[in-house]
Design a protein around this ligand. Structure first.
Ligand code: ADP
Length: 579
């Protein structure tokens, strides 16, 4: 069983338990309600019965005051009986009769009833007689020994005091006592001191007993002829074990209320069928179930609506997600396409720029070397034709100069030829300056340039390739010489080579007093093949190569114009402290 199932079980059981509890609480409530209604009803019955029973209590007492009536009963019984007949009629009693002290009837209102007349009958065995003789008054309920009509007897002795001369009895038929009881669902009965039902709305229960009669009780009843030939069987009753007011009689369940009559130890029983309460309970639970079902339906509806909304929401969200995903995928594809296009463009660009560079380079080389080679061919041809050794010498000098130029051009191209050789080591910049000056010294002198050299006394170390560093410096010196070539007499040709060092850097400066840098030159200085020089003098590779070399050893090269005229190139390198 899963946890959620277990929870459902627990909730279900608790709910069931609550319903049971509610049922019993409500039932108890209805029972109490019904019981209090019954108490009211039984009081109505009790009062009415008491009133009916007492209605004739006065009669025997009043009659006992009438001496003349008793004289008449002894001396002229028929006239006395007649009188009793009219008294009965006036009082609405059923029988009025007078007994002698031995119990023999001497006068009776029914004296003319040939079959049932009480006159001449002895009722000495009846308790109403004995009670009246002994206590003055008596009451009794029993089935008529003569008439077989059940009734209530009330008696009184005559006279009040002294020896008993007679007993007056009035009888009221029981049918007039319980005749109005049979109404609706309710049942009412009265049991006497022995538990015999004497009055009952249900005739079937009459003369049944609520408890087994003892032998003594049966004997007494027999002697008093109280219930004639009635066998007085037990009325089967079963009381609810939990609620003593719930009783089942002959298959029907009743709610019983009892009250003492206050007369002759009588007890009144009021019974309403339990179905009254059951109907109320059924009606309550029907309403509760209907309400519950409505609530459940509402709950289900709400849940359904919620679930539908959630579904719609999630559908909306998943649609959004799907759209987002699609657009992302789209973007990725586009991105990949752009990337591949870019890569292709880059490859193309590289290929074309390589080709362009090669084209430019080969055009420059062809151009630079083509001119001196053509000149050389002319000189050699003219040498073949002339025999003059003087002329030959001159031509050889020119040829030598052309070869020199070609060497210098090819020297520029060394960088490319040795591009694989990038070996660096610790070098002294003073050595580099020496080397560069060795190469450029003839040109410096030839151009009548004043050289100023400033440097520290101790070596200044950097990590670099010595041939390459020398090439940089040679380039800078040559450029400076070129820039000063056109200087007129007023502007002396001055070249300054300055080496300085601080804690971290070695700074090499080359200054001239030449033309200075044009604005265009400052931006294009390090572009390959940028040159302002006439063909045969510059290929526009010097600074491009130099900047590359400096960048390779993480140095920096910059150019500026001096305020007083001329250009200044400053190379800054990481200084290697002497060990
Ligand atoms: P090239 O010397 O072959 O022309 P460079 O790359 O060395 O090539 O120089 C490029 C250009 O920079 C030169 O043509 C020149 O116009 C300018 N330039 C370089 N150095 C100087 C300088 N010291 N003074 C003035 N212009 C210079």
């Amino acid at each position: 069983m899963t946890a959620s199932n277990q929870l459902r079980w627990i909730i279900g059981s608790v709910l069931l338990l609550l319903v049971f509890l509610a049922h019993f609480i409500i039932r108890d409530d209805y029972l109490k309600d019904q019981a209090s209604k019954q108490t009211e009803r039984i009081e109505v019955y009790r009062t009415a019965l008491n009133a009916t029973l007492s209605r004739h209590d006065y009669l025997p007492v009043v009659l006992s005051q009438n001496d003349a009536l008793f004289d008449m009963a002894y001396n002229d019984p028929n006239t006395a009986s007649k009188t009793l007949e009219s008294i009965r009629s006036a009082s609405q009693a059923d029988f009025v009769f007078i007994l002698r002290p031995d119990g023999m009837t001497i006068a009776s209102s029914n004296w003319q009833d040939a079959k049932n007349s009480f006159v001449g009958n002895n009722y000495g065995f009846r308790p109403y007689f004995t009670q009246a003789r002994q206590q003055g008054n008596g009451t009794f309920f029993g089935i008529g020994a003569t008439t077989s009509i059940p009734g209530y007897f009330v008696s009184s002795r005559y006279p009040d005091s002294g020896p008993v001369k007679a007993v007056t009895v009035v009888k009221v038929n029981s049918s007039s006592l319980d005749k109005n009881w049979n109404s609706g669902d309710e049942d009412v009965f009265v049991s006497d001191k022995n538990g015999v039902i004497v009055l009952s709305s249900n005739t079937d229960w009459r003369y049944k007993t609520l408890a087994m009669l003892s032998d003594a009780q049966r004997l007494e009843i027999k002697e008093q002829q109280q219930f004639g030939k009635e066998s007085l069987p037990l009325l089967e009753r079963n009381y609810d074990s939990h609620n003593s007011s719930l009783v089942t009689i002959q298959g029907t369940r009743y709610l019983e209320t009892t009250a003492d009559m206050g007369k002759m130890d009588w007890k009144m029983h009021y019974l309403a069928p339990y179905s009254v309460v059951r109907d109320q309970l059924v009606s309550f639970w029907s309403k509760a179930i209907i309400l519950g079902l409505i609530g459940l339906a509402a709950l289900l509806l709400i849940r359904m609506i919620n679930a539908r909304n959630a579904l719609l929401d999630s559908q909306g969200e998943s649609t959004k997600l799907r759209e987002l995903n699609q657009s992302l995928e789209h973007e990725i594809i586009e991105r990949k396409q752009v990337e591949s296009a870019l890569r292709k463009a880059e490859i193309d660009l590289r290929r074309t720029s390589k080709l362009t560079a090669m084209g430019q380079l080969s055009a420059s080389i062809t151009h630079e070397l083509g001119q001196p080679l053509a000149a050389m061919r002319t000189y050699i041809a003219s040498m073949r034709q002339s025999n003059a050794s003087q002329l030959q010498d001159k031509t050889l000098d020119k040829l030598t100069a052309l070869v020199e130029r070609m060497i210098s051009i090819t020297q520029q191209l060394r960088y490319f030829a040795r591009s694989g050789d990038k070996e660096v080591r610790r070098i002294d910049l003073l050595d580099i300056i020496d080397g560069a000056l060795n190469i450029t010294q003839p040109a410096i002198q030839e151009n009548e340039v004043t050289l100023e050299l400033k440097h520290p006394k101790q070596p200044v170390y950097v990590i670099a390739g010595s041939v390459r560093m020398e090439q940089v410096l040679v380039n800078l010196i040559r450029n400076a010489l070129d820039a000063m070539r056109d200087n007129t007499e007023g502007s002396p040709r001055r070249l300054l080579i300055l080496l300085e060092e601080n804690e971290y850097h070695a700074v090499l400066t080359v200054e001239d007093s030449g033309t200075g840098l044009s604005e265009e030159a400052i931006t294009l200085l390090y572009e390959p093949f940028y040159s302002t020089k006439p063909s045969g003098v510059g290929m526009g590779l010097g600074l491009a190569i130099s900047a590359n070399i400096i960048a390779e050893i993480e140095g920096n090269i910059r150019a500026e114009n001096k305020p007083e005229g001329g250009a200044r190139f400053i190379v800054t390198l990481n200084r290697q402290k002497s060990a």
